[in-house]
Ligand binder design. Structure first.
Ligand code: GDD
Ligand code: MN
Length: 358
């Protein structure tokens, strides 16, 4: 068993690969290197084969066609002998020297060590403005929906180390680029995470394979890793509309209550039934503290949602049909309520340690 397996997925990286492998060999670490190439048109696998003849600690996996970064990482994991596994780009955007610091963090008891652009001394380098926005937006969404990532400043990083056994018995299901998210979520709640700063370098040669399609896969991954909570939340919301409308109809028809009081009772009843269903289903197994604390917080986040719904309705009704304006308002309110639920009502991070650097 070696200390560290470095996984390098490659697609058209023939000029970068030997430079990176030589640098890794010179770090003075007890490591092996696993190159996973997807039959690159530029024949990267030939270069990889040469390297494996030159160095006894280099393994090569050749796959028949481009099957994606995440599955390359999953396949590499199957042959990894290291106690720890590092994932890095082949294109020298991830400085190899950072591995030394990362491995030290691992040895001092951390389970997942992330090379981070978003802590002090780290930087995303010469990212285009657009890519910076996408990266920050994705980070916000991950923090909102996956609380296991909330104490991590750069959960989108493609450069990280983890102790291999934290994934024992678990499968990597990601399709896109964001395998770290999956490692954070599936690694279990008790894992210790640490971040080490790095500057995302400029691509040495060749070009990025990160496309819009990859960004869309990210949304799919968020749904999968969140066990489809956003969709469940929508379903519960729809039942709430039924409760609200049904009760309003009943109270208005069969009782002498004024519309105001019937309305208040109907709205509050739907808030309560939504809370209960979300507690038992959407956020099953997650703590709200005492039930009273949960219900009152849920009411609190329903309030700004309702106000946003109303304001949107009033504003948009000036330019479009009021029912369409209301639907837009409902969708905005949904987003606010959902994120409030994830972060505030069911957001308690029991067993997840606070960020050490703050
Ligand atoms: N085997 C294999 N199969 N390798 C692939 C594939 C694939 O389908 N797609 C990409 N790769 C390899 C590339 O050759 C490179 O070594 C590495 O995966 C990352 O691809 P890049 O194209 O260099 O990605 P990037 O630099 O735009 O994105 C990086 O930074 C992101 C942070 O914003 C990656 O590290 C991402 O994982 C990271 O999220
Ligand atoms: Mn890259």
């Amino acid at each position: 068993m070696v200390e560290l397996t470095v996984e390098i997925p490659t697609y058209n990286e023939r000029d970068n690969l030997p430079i990176l492998v030589n640098k890794l060999q010179n770090l003075g670490l007890d490591l092996e290197i696993v190159i996973i190439d997807d039959n690159s048109p530029d024949r990267t696998y030939e270069v990889a084969d040469d390297l494996s003849h030159q160095y006894s600690n280099v393994k090569v996996i050749k796959r028949p066609a481009k099957m994606g970064l995440a599955s390359a990482i999953a396949d590499g994991l199957k042959v990894a002998d290291g106690k720890y596994v590092a994932i890095m780009d082949a294109d020298l955007q991830h400085p190899p020297e950072t591995l030394i610091k990362m491995l030290n963090e691992a040895k001092s008891g951390n389970d997942i060590i992330i090379a981070s652009r978003y802590i002090s001394e780290g930087s995303s380098g010469k990212f285009s403005f657009f890519r910076k926005i996408v990266s920050k937006g994705a980070t916000f969404l991950a923090h909102a929906i996956l609380r296991e990532t909330r104490n991590v400043k750069d959960p989108m990083s493609g450069y990280f180390i983890f102790r291999k056994d934290i994934l024992d018995g678990k499968k990597i299901e990601s399709k896109g680029y964001k395998v770290l998210l999956e490692v954070l979520v599936k690694g279990g709640p008790d894992r210790k995470v640490s971040e080490v700063p790095y500057v995302f370098g400029e691509r040495y040669l060749g070009q990025s394979k990160l496309t819009m399609g990859e960004n869309l896969k990210f949304i799919g991954l968020l749904l999968l890793l969140s066990e489809f909570r956003p969709l469940k939340f929508i379903v519960v919301g729809l039942t709430g509309i039924l409760v609200n409308e049904g009760l309003l109809f009943a109270l208005h028809t069969f009782t002498p209550l004024s519309l105001l009081y019937a309305g208040i009772i109907s709205i509050e009843s739907s808030i309560l039934s939504n809370f209960l269903l979300n507690h038992l289903w959407t956020f099953k197994g997650r703590s709200v503290g005492t039930l009273f604390r949960g219900v009152s917080r849920y009411n609190l986040i329903a309030l700004p949602g309702g106000i946003i719904n109303l304001l949107t309705l009033l504003k948009l009704a000036e330019v479009t049909h009021y029912l369409i304006a209301n639907i837009v308002g409902i969708m905005l309110a949904f987003a606010v309520n959902y994120i409030g639920s994830e972060m505030i009502v069911w957001g308690r991070r029991k067993g997840i340690q606070p960020d050490k650097r703050n």
